[in-house]
Write a protein that binds this ligand. Structure first.
Ligand code: GLA
Length: 658
């Protein structure tokens, strides 16, 4: 499990922003807020190494000792997230370069190219120093590698990145002929005669090579991961048995967290839902479920959230009273063993002075601080859930390759992949059904219902695994735009869904002849079947080979064509019957709700809520049922004959009857 014995409650602590006199008060007030953990040193490089090779650790020694004396454990950062000014001056080539060739300057943070050898050399040298000095500090409870890798700079188009990309491609393809084949360079005279000719996909006159773009995304994620792995490797040389993490950013589009999750001991996440967006609870809940899923179901750490407003949106709304508690319990209910903030004491200078903190500018007698204190007290009583897991019977496939490819230029319709996936997820959330996310190609054996929204890119092996869901007696739901391209972005011909005669085409009993995006605000009606409602975004001409048509398009380009099909499997074969659904359009929320009802029935899963409850969630973890109201109105919910009254932004939990 996460290895913690109680729910960790804490924050980023940036003592270098404050005179020493404040540190004692900090520890005293942290105790008063029931804080158990402080993440220290995230942005301390310039203070720790003011000049190259000249180290200044005494202040950090003092801070860690004070925290230890105060009973606060430390999540120690490796301090490599924001290189000092001297590094930019000594090695201007370490600064990242944008797609248009502009080099970014020193003066904010994360100003390093992921492939810079100078950055790497100096960063690793610092990590050696920190790990050697603090590996046995009694306050140490976890290592925090770097910070939010890729948040500001994930792709750099500098010369070192180009060289590293070529090395990555050489490793992947072996020969230039293999690269030419994979990238389809026969098109537009793009063939290369040697790797030395291959560059990063910087700005170009027209549409760039799609496979080159996708490989550059994969490479960029791997380049950052290599930095993480190198730091983690150094830390492990000195420090065994102390968990290592790096803070993820939820559904972050630019790095593939499935590939990263194997390289942390515990997953951690930073989450900043917009308090002004009434639907942000969908993204928030899904993000928690993703973090749990990345760790294979194990507990994870909420490393950062804001107690109230952030400072980086156009208009930064505070969290309404109760919302901070609600979001924190939402994390715990969905598998978190830590609830931490950015940051402890609100800065008075710098770009984040208007970002909320546990200890606001106003001081301790503030709404925010009181809410934080109350929450700390409450979480200290929730030890029973620590280390426990959440059991989900539904899995939704999430895939970064598909995300990158479907959002490329030169596709049938521009799409927000995450928004699309969340529309499918939300149908289950509204019914209080636990959902995991799963990686394309991973075993789906533990799930009764597997949902595959817009899995645009997939290997044959991954599609075969999905097809097996229905043939082994479970329920499979596949949406439009799935199995369209192979991992090198070559189209599967002969009806998509993995191409002519694929296992998935057979499992679904359909093939896709032609696609037809709808205008962005257009809706179409589905009629002529047992399922009726409105759909958006997409239509298709689908050839039905062996499936029941449950709804057809009533209007639009595809009027009269099948929209939703279902093929039953094994009904008379002695194995439990499975079902394979194909949905050739994007259901509106009411239609999604109706479909979720049918899919749950097929899969034999009972929902907590008898009818959809938008804005309300429920989930079971560690023997407790958590219920939360993400709306500004009081809500009454009934689960299995029992009724709860929830205040606006109220959350409730109690042991489930056994
Ligand atoms: C991220 C960073 C923090 C801070 C917050 C502000 O999570 O990791 O250092 O900048 O954003 O929301």
């Amino acid at each position: 499990m996460s290895g913690f014995s109680s729910i960790r409650f804490g924050a980023d602590y940036n003592p270098e922003q404050w005179p020493k006199a404040v540190w004692d008060e900090d520890v005293r007030l942290m105790r008063g807020a029931h804080m158990t953990s402080a993440t220290v040193g995230v942005f301390s490089w310039a203070k720790l190494e003011p000049r190259p090779g000249e180290y200044n650790f005494e202040w950090l020694d003092e801070v860690l000792d004070k925290l230890h004396e105060g009973g606060i454990r430390v999540i120690l950062a490796t301090a490599t997230a924001s290189p000092p000014a001297w590094l930019a001056r000594l090695h201007p080539e370490s600064l990242p370069v944008k797609e248009d060739g502009t080099r970014l300057n020193f003066g904010s943070r994360q100003h390093f190219s992921p492939s810079s050898s100078a950055y790497r050399t100096y960063a690793m040298r610092l990590v050696h120093q920190i790990a050697a000095r603090y590996h046995s500090h009694p306050a140490l409870e976890a290592w925090h590698i770097n910070n939010e890798y890729g948040c500001h700079v994930s792709h750099s188009y500098d010369d070192e990145s180009a060289a590293a990309f070529r090395a990555w491609l050489t490793e992947r393809y072996g020969t230039i002929e293999a690269l030419n084949e994979a990238w389809g360079t026969a098109f537009w005279s793009q063939a290369y005669s040697e790797f030395a000719e291959v560059g990063v996909p910087a700005q170009a006159p027209a549409h760039r090579n799609p496979a080159q773009l996708l490989d550059f995304n994969r490479f960029s994620s791997d380049a950052l991961l290599a930095l993480h792995r190198e730091e983690a490797g150094i830390v492990r040389e000195y420090s065994q048995g102390v968990p290592i993490t790096t803070n993820f950013m939820g559904f972050f589009p630019r790095v593939d967290y499935w590939r990263w999750a194997e390289h942390v001991d515990v997953v951690s996440d930073d989450a900043y839902p917009d308090p002004a967006d009434p639907d942000s609870y969908v993204l928030l809940s899904a993000e928690r479920d993703l973090m749990r899923s990345l760790g294979g179901g194990k507990p994870w750490l909420l490393m950062e959230q804001a107690p109230s407003a952030v400072n980086w949106r156009d208009r930064n709304m505070p969290k309404a009273p109760g919302m901070n508690r609600l979001h924190s319990l939402n994390a715990v209910a969905r598998g978190a063993d830590a609830v931490c903030y950015f940051q402890w004491r609100q800065s008075v200078a710098g770009a984040e002075k208007f970002h909320s903190a546990m200890l606001p500018h106003f001081g301790t007698e503030s709404r925010i601080h009181r809410e934080v204190q109350d929450l700390g007290r409450e979480l200290a009583g929730l030890d029973a859930v620590v280390g426990t897991e959440v059991k989900a019977q539904v899995a939704i496939v999430l895939d970064w390759d598909s995300w990158w490819a479907i959002e490329q230029e030169a596709v049938p319709a521009s799409r927000d992949y995450l928004e699309t996936v969340l529309a499918w997820y939300a149908g289950f959330l509204r019914r209080g059904v636990e959902v995991d996310f799963t990686r394309a190609g991973a075993s789906t054996a533990g799930y009764q219902l597997v949902v595959v929204p817009v899995l645009h890119v997939a290997s044959t092996a991954a599609l075969d695994e999905l097809a097996s869901v229905a043939t082994r007696g479970n329920t499979l739901v596949v949406s439009y735009q799935s199995g369209v391209l192979d991992p090198q972005l070559h189209a599967y011909t002969g009806g998509y869904l993995g191409g002519v005669g694929s296992a998935l085409q057979q499992a679904l009993g359909v093939a896709v002849e032609e696609v037809a995006p709808l205008a962005s605000a257009e809706t179409v009606t589905l009629l002529d079947g047992s399922i009726q409602g409105a759909a958006t975004d997409w239509q298709e001409r689908v050839e039905v080979r062996d499936a029941e048509v449950l709804a057809s398009f009533d209007d639009g380009f595809a009027a009269g064509q099948p929209a939703i099909t279902r093929r039953e499997h094994g009904a008379n074969s002695g194995i439990a019957p499975g079902a394979a659904w194909y949905v050739g359009t994007q259901p509106t929320a009411p239609l999604m709700d109706a479909l979720v009802e049918r899919w749950l029935a097929d899969a034999g899963i009972s929902a907590a809520f008898a009818a959809p409850e938008p804005g309300v969630e429920t989930i079971v973890r560690g023997g407790f049922r958590f219920t939360g109201n993400h709306t500004a109105e009081p809500r009454t919910v009934t689960i299995a004959g029992k009724t709860w009254e929830l205040e606006p932004y109220g959350a409730h939990y109690e042991p489930i009857a056994t």
